[in-house]
Design a protein around this ligand. Structure first.
Ligand code: COA
Ligand code: ZN
Length: 320
């Protein structure tokens, strides 16, 4: 992989589904996963090990994890969100080794989301990291929520995020996702914070998780890219949103991310036409789903200058 390439982490099966109350059958989730992998997706969050009373959509988390692990090619990385030690244990029991521990940098959103203060979440994280002794293959990513702003507290200062990152670092965490849970960030802020993070912690793998709440998802992704972040989250159809954050909207659409990066000559490894099979399939499963993706809406420009939406005869440059 070239240092200019990006990895798109597909979070539709986690973030995308958590706000959908109607239960999507496990078989349909597995088929979506299969389609995502077939399109070239090599990193995916596939479920959440959370209290099924809080998010009933993920009551099949263990089954989903087992099914995905069974069908995934070796090079595909699958992870699941966990909010606490219990989630980590359940995920590990299902065979998963890549866990995404969620914690907000804002006190009020952390309490709303996982019913804990940030200090309590840090204690929980320590216990999860201790599981390394028993599970040497365990890899914990910390998903830092509300990094640019919180629905209850407003803008969050970069210093707050950086202080948490230093604490995570001292605990041994080397994989961190910066998340703009409700779309507060602008490209300048994202570029600056991402640049500081990458500069201060060169041995940490940083990724960016953006919600397109106010239309800045793509611009913010590009800003993070320019600061050296090479793992970008996206959700098919721009689905997503935290059920415990008022005003939450979907993630940046993966289709739009593929289009932007590939048009710029940055390889994503994802075939856009194949990726669109996933949204088509999901529309069949859940007819009333509403997507938010420019590419799904108007298509890619054809070589003749016209837009093409159906069939996608004209793959984005560089892809076959
Ligand atoms: N997975 C499954 N069940 C869990 C669990 C987990 N990770 N953590 C706790 N539980 C169960 C407990 O076993 C207990 O079950 P019981 O009622 O049958 O005894 C119940 O949930 C309450 O346990 P408790 O530890 O008191 O949790 P809580 O009520 O304080 O809830 C969370 C804390 C984090 C589990 C809950 O708020 C949650 O799942 N939030 C979801 C957050 C989320 O998905 N946000 C969107 C993504 S950012
Ligand atoms: Zn999110």
């Amino acid at each position: 992989m070239d240092t200019t390439d990006v990895t798109l982490r597909e979070v539709m099966l986690r973030d995308g589904l958590q706000n959908i109350t109607e239960f999507i059958p496990t078989e349909a989730k597995v088929e979506l996963f299969r389609l995502l992998v077939a399109s070239g997706i090599r990193d995916a969050e596939i479920t959440s090990f959370v209290n099924p009373k809080a998010v009933p959509q993920f009551r099949d988390a263990a089954r989903m994890a087992q099914a995905a692990l069974k069908i995934k090619p070796e090079e595909v990385r699958v992870s699941a969100l966990i909010p606490n030690l219990k989630g980590a244990e359940l995920a590990l029991n299902s065979g998963l080794r890549n866990l995404a521990f969620v914690m907000s940098v804002s006190e009020s959103h952390n309490i709303s989301n996982v019913r804990r203060s940030t200090e309590e979440s840090l204690d929980e994280l320590k216990k999860i990291l201790d599981l390394h002794a028993e599970y040497p293959g365990l890899a914990v990513r910390v998903g830092m929520a509300t990094v640019f702003g919180c629905p209850f507290e407003g803008k969050i200062k970069p210093r707050v995020t950086l202080d948490f990152i230093r604490r995570f670092y001292r605990l041994g965490v080397r994989n961190i996702a910066l998340s703009d849970t409700v779309g507060f960030g602008n490209p300048r802020e994202v570029k600056e914070l991402a640049g500081t993070c990458v500069g201060e912690f060169p041995d940490v793998i940083f990724s960016i998780h953006l919600h397109n709440t106010r239309g800045l998802g793509l611009a913010n992704s590009l800003a993070a890219y320019e600061s050296g972040i090479r793992i970008h989250d996206g959700a098919v159809g721009g689905l997503g949103g935290c059920p415990f954050a008022p005003g939450a909207k979907g993630n940046t659409s993966t289709e739009d991310l593929v289009f932007m990066f590939e048009e710029m000559g940055v390889s994503t490894g994802v075939d856009l036409a194949a990726l669109m099979e996933a949204s088509r399939y999901f529309k069949k499963i859940k007819g009333d789903v509403s997507f938010s993706s420019a590419i799904l809406e108007v298509g890619v420009p054809s070589p003749k200058g016209a837009m093409t939406k159906d069939g996608f005869q004209h793959p984005v440059r560089g892809r076959t």
